[in-house]
Design a binder for this molecule. Structure first.
Ligand code: BTN
Length: 265
């Protein structure tokens, strides 16, 4: 335990000294600061990380529990040379990059839940919140923020009661406690590499690899629409624009753009 603590302190000191990385012990939300830094004009790849967030945010306005020291909380500013309508695809690029980075560091094979959650079996280990600047601005002012939250060395009892049975961490899955900062560097590299790949080769080869990790393909699920309506059906997976196809019992195929999906037990 003491060794892990020492290693962490050493790595955090190293990370803070790296170019285009800003490291905080405590922060409100790394995404909030990244949105601010993006407006100030920081470069592509500029990343903000924190040991602890007291107002971490998740998708659909939910809070993101960010216990100190055991999780990875970071946000990277992305300035890709892509069309405005392709910005939503960055979330899939990021999910894939995180899964691949985990695979590099641990002997684990993470699954992905549309649009961008990191899963092991039926338990969530991490999530991604992608936000953008005002995209109607000039090309040079446009940017996206990819916010990544991962349960790294979190123990079961540390999760809030209401998500305890549906959450997991990398240490629970692998049986090993590793320095958060090492994973942080690997994830950032993988993310920037996958973004370059996407800009160069397009979305198709990205979503092909994403599909190999799709945990919901062929499963019965419920789609909760933004208006709160529930659509029940079988997942056909995401198409080449990232829209999730859900076939209901009448044989109608719904193209899901937003909202929440959950497995029907
Ligand atoms: C989700 O699954 O709902 C997405 C969770 C994203 C959480 C991360 S933690 C780092 C960054 N800062 C935030 O406030 N949120 C994202």
């Amino acid at each position: 335990m003491c060794r892990v603590l020492l290693l962490c302190t050493f790595f955090f000191a190293q990370v803070s000294a790296m170019k285009n990385i800003e490291w905080h012990s405590t922060i409100g939300s790394t995404n909030d600061l990244a949105l601010q830094r993006g407006k100030e004009g920081v470069v592509h790849g500029y990343t903000i990380g924190a040991k602890y967030q007291n107002t971490g945010r998740g998708r659909l306005g939910r809070p993101w529990a960010s216990p100190p020291g055991t999780g990875l909380y970071c946000s990277t500013i992305i300035r890709p040379e892509i069309e405005i309508h392709d910005y939503p695809l960055l979330t899939f690029v990021a999910g894939l990059a995180v899964a691949e980075a985990i695979e590099k560091q641990y002997e684990l094979s993470p699954g992905l839940k549309w649009p961008n959650d990191i899963y092991f079996g039926r338990k969530k280990c991490g999530g991604i919140l992608t936000e953008t600047s005002n995209l109607s601005q000039l090309d040079k002012q446009r940017f996206a923020v990819v916010g990544i939250g991962l349960n790294v060395n979190t123990e079961t009892t540390m999760f809030p009661e209401e998500i305890r049975s549906t959450s997991t961490s990398l240490s629970i899955e692998s049986g090993a406690n590793k320095a958060v900062s090492e994973l942080f560097i690997t994830i950032r590299e993988q993310l920037l590499g996958e973004v370059s790949f996407f800009v160069k080769y397009g979305f198709e080869p990205v979503i092909e690899r994403w599909r190999e990790r799709d945990i919901f393909l062929g499963e019965r699920l419920e789609w909760v629409t933004a208006g709160g309506k529930i659509v029940d059906g079988i997942s056909l997976g995401p198409d080449d624009r990232g829209l999730l196809h859900v076939k209901d019992d009448q044989g109608r195929v719904h193209e899901v753009l937003s909202g929440d999906i959950r497995l029907v037990k």
